[in-house]
Structure formats: C-alpha cells, structure tokens
Design a protein around this ligand. Structure first.
Ligand code: VGL
Ligand code: ZN
Length: 200
C-alpha cells in the first residue's frame, strides 16, 4: 500500500493507566480512541517502555532518592520514576483494550539499564538510535501522527526527535494524556510548537 503516513502509538501500557505504577490521569481513555484512529492508517507502529529490574531511571535504584526527584546521569538530568514497565511484568503489557493486531512493528525501548529512553527514536543520550527512523524511511513514510502516553514525556520526545530527523509530525491531542509534572505539559507544547509539530 502506498501511504506515506504512519500512526505512532506511544506506550499505551498498564503501568501508565489508572491502577498502574506510573498512572497518567485518563490514560485508560486513549486505547479506544486510538483503535478508532488506527483504522485510517496502513502503517501502525507501537512503542513499549521495557525496563530491566534495577533500571537507573527508577528512584528505587538510588538509595537516597525519592520518585519524581531529579539526578544527574552522564547524559544529563534524569527524573526518577516509580518502578514501572518492568520486562515481562503485567504493568509492561499493552492496555487490554488497545487493539495491537494491526501493528506492523513494536519498538521496545529503555532496555539498557544505564540509559532511559523516552523517545521512540533515540535513547535519552539523544544519540543512540532505536532503528525506527530507518524502518520508516525504508517504507517511504514521511508523515507521522502521534498518540499515546504521556504527552509531555514519551510523546513529546518522540515528536521532537522525529522533527529533528526531517519527518512531518502531528500530535493527535485528544488521543494523548499527560503526566504534567511541575508544568511539564506547557513546556512540552512550547518546544513542540517551536519545532514545527502540529496538533491534529
Ligand atoms: C514515560 C516516564 C518514564 C512515558 C516512560 O511513556 O511518557 N514517562 N517512562
Ligand atoms: Zn520508563
């Protein structure tokens, strides 16, 4: 099928939904919205946050730190999160209402213990690629539509990296939900708008 658009569904996993370890308010509202939207796309890619136990983004890996604090790692500041999306645990599974059947690719990210990975394209060192850009380019995909969790972290980082890589990028706002930590949602939108990300 010649369609130069892809739907990129970010981290619609149990731990980011109410009842999960890092619950995003309203996170469980997006699977059904995304299922509707995905019918219009020939290309659907899902991402899955996929951390080993003891991941350095977990506050529990640092004896003197609390969740939602910040530390400095070799690649820069890192927010510390509750343990979430641990490989093979129920919290790392896709939300049961998300229809994953039409996804052509599932990108797992955050599996290196020492580096977090918000973006679907690069780890948080902003230089180690996941391979997704090559996959999309080989298929002639130029335009990306993003949905999922969380707007101000993994969706925003993915959108910004996609722009940096030369893709047209739209964030489908009603199919995303935010963590909004200390105004992070407003900051994320400011950065996305400055980078030429549109709202769909
Ligand atoms: C995410 C924090 C930590 C996200 C993932 O999917 O937005 N946020 N890991
Ligand atoms: Zn994570």
């Amino acid at each position: 099928m010649t369609d130069d658009r892809a739907l990129l569904v970010i981290d619609v996993q149990n731990d980011f939904c109410p009842g999960g370890a890092l619950a995003v308010p309203g996170g469980d509202e997006v699977p059904r919205i995304i299922n509707e939207i995905s019918r219009d796309f020939a290309h659907v890619v899902l991402t899955q946050d996929w951390h080993p136990r003891g991941h350095l983004s977990f506050a529990s890996s640092h004896p003197d730190e609390e969740p939602f604090g910040t530390i400095v790692l070799p690649y820069g500041p890192q927010i510390l999160w509750p343990d979430h999306c641990v490989q093979g645990e129920p919290g790392a599974e896709f939300h049961p209402e998300l229809d994953a059947r039409r996804a052509g690719l599932i990108v797992r990210k955050g599996h290196h213990r020492e580096v977090d990975s918000y973006s679907a394209f690069f780890e948080n060192d902003r230089s180690t690629p996941t391979g997704l850009a090559g996959y999309l380019r080989e298929r002639g995909i130029n335009r990306l539509f993003l949905a999922g969790l969380a707007t101000d972290f993994c969706v925003a980082y993915s959108a910004l990296d996609a722009r940096r890589l030369g893709f047209d990028v739209a964030v489908i706002e009603h199919a995303c939900r935010a963590i909004d930590l200390d105004g992070s949602l407003a900051v994320a939108w400011k950065q996305m708008e400055a980078a030429g990300v549109t709202r769909a």
